[in-house]
Ligand binder design. Structure first.
Ligand code: HEM
Length: 184
């Protein structure tokens, strides 16, 4: 894999303008984040279950549902702590989450609205619990970073698979994509 998760995270932090103030604010609400994480997890999986395709994937086994509930809750809480100050550990964890979704075959068409649901659910909870607007903005930035990791994993995995199988150069592959986009 060519992507360096930590370098990618740094690029995204700059791109979404995640500031030191955002990080401190998130960490100061880490306990609150951990408290609401199980509710967010429930709301998230209720949303996924309403979709026929996602419902089928989710409910493949009882253990999968339990595992997901736990891992999603941890994921949510980590957005506040940043694990290692949003460093290499955070980047590697987000990258691995992206790879897991690619492996299972969950496409971007599912992931983008799913993250929008997270943003919407947490926004409502922020309002109910009377939390500041700045916290909502900081969380929105982190959600977009995490979303970019999952989305980028699709591109990285599929392009490296094609390059490996065909022996094409990256430049040729890009030309073919551009040509394909022009002809559709
Ligand atoms: C906001 C977007 C999403 C987030 C933040 C998220 C979060 C996570 C996390 C943290 C894991 C655990 C990864 C690991 O094992 O290391 C996971 C796995 C998984 N997610 Fe998602 N997910 C998202 C979207 C979706 C969607 C749209 C589906 C569609 C059904 C889905 C289904 C799954 C499944 C099936 C697994 C693997 C469960 C297993 O068997 O261990 N996720 N997700």
């Amino acid at each position: 894999m060519t992507l360096d998760p930590h370098a990618f995270l740094n690029t995204l932090k700059t791109r979404v303008n995640l500031t030191d103030e955002d990080k401190s604010l998130l960490q100061s609400y880490a306990d609150w984040g951990a408290t609401i994480a199980p509710d967010m997890s429930k709301a998230f999986y209720a949303y996924l279950n309403r979709d026929e395709e996602m419902n089928k994937i989710l409910n493949q086994s009882e253990e999968r549902v339990h595992r997901l509930y736990k891992t999603f809750t941890e994921w949510f809480a980590e957005m506040f702590t940043g694990m290692d100050e949003w460093g290499p550990q955070y980047a590697n964890r987000r990258w691995k989450i992206g790879l897991v979704h690619v492996r299972i075959g969950i496409g971007p068409q599912h992931v983008v609205p799913a993250m929008a649901t997270v943003v919407q659910e947490v926004s409502q909870r922020l309002k109910t619990d009377d939390k500041p607007e700045e916290l909502k903005n900081a969380l929105g930035r982190i959600c977009m970073i995490d979303l970019a990791f999952i989305e980028q994993a699709y591109v990285e995995v599929s392009s490296s698979a094609v390059l490996r199988e065909t022996g094409w150069t990256e430049a040729l592959f890009k030309r073919l994509i551009a040509y394909g986009a022009n002809t559709i």
